[in-house]
Design a protein around this ligand. Sequence first.
Ligand code: FES
Length: 316
Amino acid sequence: MSAPGRQLEPAVCLLPLRGFLGATYIYAALQKFHDPAFLDPSAPGSFAAQTASFRHTSPIGFALGPAHDHALAFGLLIAFGELAVGLGTVLGLWTRLAAAGGVLLALTFFLTVSWNTDPYYYGSDLGFAFAFLTLGLAGPTRWSMDAWLAAGTVDTSEPEDSRRVVLKRAAATGITSGAALLGAAGAGRLGRSGRSKQSPMAQPRTAVPSATPSESGLQVALAAIPATGAARLTASGGDPVFVARTADGGYKACGGICTHAGCPVGVDQARGLLVCPCHGSTFDPKSGAVINGPAKDPLPSFPVTVADGVLRVRKN
Ligand code: FES
């Protein structure tokens, strides 16, 4: 029998995992704080628009009503949660609590954003859930703030010991407060910019016409359909429907729920494309065809009729 190879201690083995998971969750949180569209309910990729879509496509859709109705509070909760999990993971501070939060967030994303990803291993959220589970099972390791804090045992006869423990606790409190301030500053920036600025996808160069629901479906004046890109026919909050002019002078209507994992897509008028904010799939509004994946299937088409300068879309 050959001798077993030299084994590294778990603290070393888990460092790359801690670094990657922590950095990714911090990055994801800062992206949300920095993106003015995330909490803007009128933006296609906003938290409110995504939860509206996931209510139809997720197995926990029945429970998403409060998240949709209080999108600002839940959106901030998700962003702050990611920031706390990321910092706790990188620093090894309250390791098991951070790992439990990571599992909870990743499973929530798996059951909503990634639920319709096929095959399932194309979605990353389930992998994140198991990675956080591994950290939680391992618990605090040697190179962590948990270990550093635990190393201080108070001996009341040794004032030096007491001082050291107090200083460590103060340092941990300072780091936690700093993280909260960082997130609050991001949220403040978001609140300021979100009122005056929309993301490029939510700010098409051609004005998006308003929809007129009718018994036969949706309708829009032909003059309101841009020469390139597409016009959105449904109000924010509902499933989007887009119409575009085709190369042969006709019109095309397609649904705006991404066929990859069910996110509502938006219009990038500059590029003349429909773009999914979740994983970046792009679609041709003139045909609904996929231009770039991960989506594989085209957007659904709806029949249209034109009369008296008005285009009507029949959804069913
Ligand atoms: S939901 Fe994944 S690309 Fe649209």
